[in-house]
Design a protein. Structure first.
Length: 373
């Protein structure tokens, strides 16, 4: 039984040229031997699809097929019904375009200026630097735009020219014949290296590269309150751009060195505060070291070791907004290891007076005593 080309493409006999083309493209994507799972059956079906499209996309052949249900031998152009480059104008190049995004009649690619790469600089600072804010001088090597040719790579007075090998596209297309028709491959142009342009007379300073390596020194401002791991962007201080493009940026990553006295958590600071036995028992006002001036702390009598006091506004400054975090000081009673004779006598007298007795009753026992009649 003769093949119904309309059934092969899945369209009606009154389908328009656009409907036939859309149906063919969809089936070609699905049954192309390079992408189908079952390549054996796909190859046969793909041949049938191309034969149907070659007949139905040509008005004269379609009219004859509609009248007689067949097309005389040779009408398909001697290509065995595959239709690659047939009268319908939908050759292998168009199938290649569907899969790989190429295009016959594609305009040459113009490779203009490209932005330079960003750079990273790791900077170690102290907690005092982060508290007060500071300025640091940075030195580093980077690629900068050549001042002689302004990044073009061409000697002043000469021009950059389009590559005559790839016609400015930066790529080369090679076509070879296979049992399925033409197979097209794309490679980077070996003459221009994919740039699409060549420099007939290279700049003597940068030797046609458009950039030169330079040693640079700059000063970066570190705002007060920055946290560990913060990033500062210095616009335009990265690598120079290719083909005269703008430079990238420099990103300075901050790393805060550990502090011997303070620990940081966000905008708050933590510290350990040693106190004497008598200060804990009798209470006292002591000066607490901060990252600025010492701050007074009033401790009540009977302060226990491990108690934490909050000194408001003595922490780190806020980067966004005004004000400071808090300083949280945890007191630790220091037991003396050496005593004078007088100190020992006084402590022994304190012990005899019952000062060394400890209420070791459980919490529930003390609650029970509190509510006893």
């Amino acid at each position: 039984m003769p093949t119904d080309f309309y059934t092969v493409l899945g369209v009606g006999r009154d389908a328009s040229e656009d409907e036939i083309k859309r149906a063919y493209r969809g089936l070609a994507r699905r049954y192309h031997p390079d992408v189908a799972d079952d390549k054996g059956s796909a190859e046969a079906h793909f041949k049938e699809i191309n034969e149907a499209y070659e007949i139905l996309s040509d008005p004269a052949k379609r009219q004859q097929y509609d009248r007689f249900g067949t097309v005389p031998n040779g009408a398909s152009g001697g290509m065995g019904g595959f239709g690659f480059g047939g009268g319908g104008g939908e050759g292998f190049g168009d199938i290649f375009d569907m899969f790989f995004g190429g295009g016959r009649g594609q305009t040459p690619r113009q490779n203009g200026p490209a932005r330079g790469a960003d750079l990273r600089y790791d900077l170690r600072i102290t907690l005092e630097d982060a508290y007060r804010g500071t300025e640091r001088e940075l030195t580093f090597d980077h690629l900068a735009n050549c001042e002689t040719c302004h990044g073009s790579g061409a000697e002043p007075g000469t021009l950059v020219q389009r590559c005559d090998r790839c016609n400015g596209s930066g790529t080369m297309r090679a076509v070879r014949q296979t049992p399925l028709g033409q197979f097209v491959t794309q490679t980077t142009c070996t003459k221009c290296g994919g740039d699409g342009s060549v420099v007939p007379t290279p700049c003597r300073t940068c030797r046609g590269r458009g950039r030169v390596e330079k040693h640079r020194t700059l000063t970066v401002k570190i705002p007060a309150g920055v946290d560990d791991g913060s990033r500062i962007r210095v616009a335009g201080s990265g690598e120079g751009g290719a083909r005269g493009g703008p430079p990238g940026d420099l990103y300075v990553y901050l790393n805060t060195a550990p502090h011997p006295r303070f620990r940081r958590d966000g905008s708050d600071l933590y510290t350990d505060l040693p106190i004497s036995f008598t200060q804990a028992v009798l209470g006292a006002t002591i000066d607490v070291d901060t990252l600025d001036v010492p701050a007074p702390l009033q401790m009540a009598a009977g302060t226990q070791s491990g108690a934490t006091f909050r000194l408001r506004g003595k922490g780190m400054p806020l980067v966004r907004g005004s004000g400071h975090g808090d300083l949280l000081a945890t007191v630790h009673v220091v037991v003396p290891t050496k005593l004078s004779r007088k100190e020992r006598e006084l402590l022994e007298e304190y012990a005899r007076a019952g000062g060394d007795e400890v209420d070791d009753r459980s919490f529930f026992e003390r609650v029970k005593d509190a509510f006893a009649p």
